[in-house]
Design a protein around this ligand. Structure first.
Ligand SMILES: Nc1ncnc2c1ncn2[C@@H]1O[C@H](COP(=O)(O)OP(=O)(O)OP(=O)(O)O)[C@@H](O)[C@H]1O
Ligand SMILES: [Mg+2]
Length: 181
């Protein structure tokens, strides 16, 4: 602690874009480099901190504001944080950016809707298309891509390791983590 600057790597992207998968690779790499890290994954947060919240605009905003609140507390005391939630609304992401002024790295996991839907890891797109799941981001609910993200990560025709490496390279270049030895 204190050796490295706290920051929040704020991942945003559609369901199935690769946020959790890339975050898992980064966690392992941080461990290898002895850099502390806390992850706030959308699915995990909705099971505890945001249990009971739904997917209306209001509930989504509340969920994201809670994630930003915790990420701010941790990162301002020197702990790097990854948030891995869809975070579809630009204005709430910008709120988080202002809250963590100078510590906020917006990372757009830029997988197309077509690719996410073809993956359909959790079978949710099929349910969204059939109407079984309402208010599904990208299908029946908005996703507002970032206009000026610090980082845009492509995943098409890339392995999760290659995509994660793009993030690690950026963090190294910014002096936020030590170079791999
Ligand atoms: N380059 C890549 N980076 C990340 N994931 C990839 C890549 N190529 C293929 N995939 C696959 O895409 C899927 C991404 O799913 P993942 O659960 O990580 O998405 P997510 O963004 O966390 O979605 P959700 O918002 O629903 O939690 C995984 O099955 C993963 O193996
Ligand atoms: Mg996920």
């Amino acid at each position: 602690m204190g050796e490295w600057k706290g920051f929040t790597l704020w991942m945003t992207g559609l369901s199935g874009a690769g946020k959790s998968t890339i975050s898992d690779v980064i966690v392992a790499e941080f461990e290898r480099r002895n850099v502390p890290l806390e992850v706030l994954d959308g699915d995990v947060v909705r099971e505890n901190l945001s249990k009971g919240l739904g997917f209306s605009k209001e509930d989504r905003d509340t969920n994201i504001r809670r994630i930003a609140f915790v990420a701010d507390l941790l990162s301002k005391h020197g702990t790097p944080v990854i948030t891995a939630a869809i975070s579809p609304y630009k204005d709430i992401r910008n709120e988080a950016r202002q809250l963590m002024d100078g510590r906020f790295v917006e990372c757009f996991i830029a997988t197309s809707l077509e690719d996410c839907e073809a993956r359909d890891v959790k079978g949710l797109y099929a349910k969204a298309r059939s109407g079984e799941i309402p208010e599904f981001t990208g299908v029946s609910d908005p996703y507002e891509p970032p206009e000026n993200p610090e980082l845009t990560v492509e995943t098409a025709a890339k392995t999760p390791e290659e995509s994660a490496q793009q993030v690690l390279d950026y963090l190294e270049q910014q002096g936020l983590i030590p170079a791999a030895s």
